[in-house]
Design a protein around this ligand. Sequence first.
Ligand code: GLA
Length: 419
Amino acid sequence: MSLRVVARRRAILLAASGAAVLVLVLVVALVAVRSSPASPSPARSVQVATGIASTPPMGWNSWNHFGCSVDAALVERTADALAANGLQKLGYDSVDIDDCWMAPRRDAQTGELVPDPVKFPQGIAAVARYLHARGFLLGIYEDAGTETCAGFPGSLGHERLDARTFARWGVDILKYDNCNHAGQSTTSQYIARYVAMRDALRATGRSIFFAICEWGVHHPWTWGAGVGQSWRTTHDIADNYGSMLAIFRQNVALSAAAGPGGWNDPDMLEVGNGGMTATEQRTEFTLWAAMAAPLVAGADMRSLSPEDLAIYSNAEAIAIDQDARGAQAAPVRQNGKPAGSGGLWVLSKPLADGGRAVVLFNSTDTQQTMSTTASAVGLHGSRFAIHDVWSGTDSVSSGEIGAMIAPHEAAMYRVTVDR
Ligand code: GLA
């Protein structure tokens, strides 16, 4: 994730290319999206101008692998591991503490949230100092309700105080969950609960990335751009292919809503947790990168296998996720059939250099020959250079982009017009 100020040059480039991207994305989305997402709001432009979330966040979060077993030592050793295994250099620069970091009650005198004294004996600020000294950002978790999902004190009605506490500790990212919302369940009440924390964070004067986590219930892709910098679009991912596929199918339809300053969040990566085959894990990483999703590792970074580390380390896939144009891949219709027909998905992500990242995803249980064309993915010319992001091979084509794709496999290519 970039919290740095975006160069004026990039803003101008983005603005110039933005109109063309928007037309393409909107045309595809009108066909593919059932509920129409909001177009980028003025609030997003403000976020882009101030540089927060100009590309999707990258890092690690404790929840998928460790659940409630999170403590200072785990967080700090995870940062050490990300530095040692090369992932930090590749962009994984945030370390996020999820639920269960708190003591069961607020401080009786101050009303402030209290870190669990056993798990975080030196407090959260000490962990922040540890991370900041090593070039990492610190993420923390709270909830827009009376209690977090695991039953710890929530922020509803305490937003100002809690935001001040987070800012004082040096928190850089807040994941804000949706459990125990005290009956505040209409769309406007949802928005109000998240806006209250947005405003509280703003009032601290600290730049804090605000990750909305209301599980897609009230279509945050239609209002999240003015409130946070990312919004979960689905319920929780589980470490299996069926869950990953279901989440992909929901999130892929929302491409028009994503862009610099505000990202669809299909939940954290399960790569390295053991519930998917090597092919399926690579597919998850490919699809998330194509969808400009946050790349937040959810495994034990201290003991990744070389194969799992290689997936997280694919610099070309990461570059597609982090591409400055900030477009989410849109599904491409096939010969007049709806995108995804028969479980075969072609995705096209417009890139800053004018090329496309093209994904051929075979979600079925049998091997399939898949193909699309350069013009179908939005490229025009007579010769195209095709670079396979996973095998590293290069080829030249007069327009066809195709391959045999194994069951559950997603191939990803960087395609450019070859002049
Ligand atoms: C919810 C969120 C998860 C995780 C847990 C923690 O289920 O969606 O990502 O934060 O709460 O309790």
